[in-house]
Ligand binder design. Structure first.
Ligand code: C2E
Ligand code: CA
Ligand code: CA
Ligand code: CA
Length: 276
């Protein structure tokens, strides 16, 4: 039994070493990715349910490796976050997203862009300054930008969070709470934060219309948002039944595979900005 325990420990520590090695490797690959410009943005349309038109996009980060594999964010953002590399990557997302908006505008298309912020970015004191500089240099109107943050980023030091949100609001950008419903925001709590939009998490949308519980939650969030004068977006919409339900409850905006996957910029023109 002792020998076996030793063996188990041996394998266990070997696993840990493997994990640590993989992490280090990923970190150095990420540094290289930043240097070599291996990131790209995909864009998922946001549709206004009353007009059926594309009113904007959400920018979603992709890592295009030299071997041509496209790495989704879930695979590298945790390491980028823990190493702090996400701050640099996030700044690139901001530049590229604004350059995208400027290109769209030069084609006569006035769309908005939702940009995800990471915890580290959100806690960074120079964030508002950076945003201001990027907006100035690219000539993008702040009204075109919506920053998505999660409920957990607002927890802990709420005074610091409110201060950061106000710094951003002063620039004229909008703020959205992503994955809404998965955190712990209560109504009174929510009122303290200067946000403009709630984004209903995909987990509440995916089992509509079968799950009565989820239907109740989604309709309650929509009603609450209306009451508080907040814009509401449903994410992860995949079926016509879900679209019908959201329409019936007057959800303003939707996003999901039913309308479009996230696409590279050159693929967007094929959408013709109206989805039938
Ligand atoms: P998120 O912000 O909640 O983004 C929505 C995710 O759901 C995206 O995954 C999108 O591709 C996916 N999605 C959209 N519609 C559907 C649908 O109908 N069904 C299903 N099953 N999925 C759908 P993606 O692109 O892999 O991004 C994952 C997460 O990575 C994002 O979740 C966000 O938290 C993070 N992320 C993406 N881009 C950035 C970025 O530029 N900066 C930061 N900090 N985080 C990012
Ligand atoms: Ca998001
Ligand atoms: Ca989300
Ligand atoms: Ca999410």
């Amino acid at each position: 039994a002792k020998a076996r325990g030793k063996n188990t420990f041996h394998f266990f520590s070997q696993d840990l070493n493997e994990a640590a090695k993989e992490r280090l490797e990923l970190e150095s690959q990420l540094r290289e990715a930043i240097r070599e410009h291996q990131f790209m943005l995909y864009y998922q349309p946001k549709i206004d349910l009353t007009t059926q038109r594309v009113v904007g996009y959400e920018a979603l980060l992709r890592w295009l490796r030299p071997n041509n594999t496209l790495v989704p964010p879930a695979r590298f953002i945790p390491v980028a976050e823990s190493t702090g590399l996400i701050v640099q990557i996030g700044e690139w997302v901001l530049w590229e997203g604004c350059r995208f908006l400027a290109r769209q505008r030069s084609r006569g298309l006035n769309v908005d862009l939702s940009i995800n912020l990471s915890v580290r970015q959100f806690k960074d004191n120079s964030l508002a300054e950076t945003v201001e500089r990027v907006l100035q240099r690219t000539g993008v109107e702040p009204e075109r930008i919506i920053f998505e943050i999660t409920e957990s980023m607002l927890m802990g030091d709420t005074d610091a969070a409110i201060h950061q949100l106000n710094q951003l609001k002063k620039l004229g950008v909008s703020l959205s709470i992503d994955d809404f419903g998965t955190g712990y925001s209560s109504l009174s709590y929510l009122k303290r934060f200067p946000v403009d939009e709630l984004k209903i998490d995909r987990s509440f949308v995916q089992d509509i219309p079968e799950d009565q519980n989820d239907k109740d939650i989604v309709s309650a969030i929509i009603a609450m948002a209306q009451q508080m004068n907040l814009r509401v977006v449903a994410e992860g919409v995949e079926t016509s039944e879900q679209v019908a339900f959201l329409k019936q409850h007057q959800c303003a905006l939707v996003q999901g595979y039913y309308f479009s996957m996230p696409l590279a910029e050159q693929e967007l023109s094929q959408l013709h900005y109206t989805i039938n």
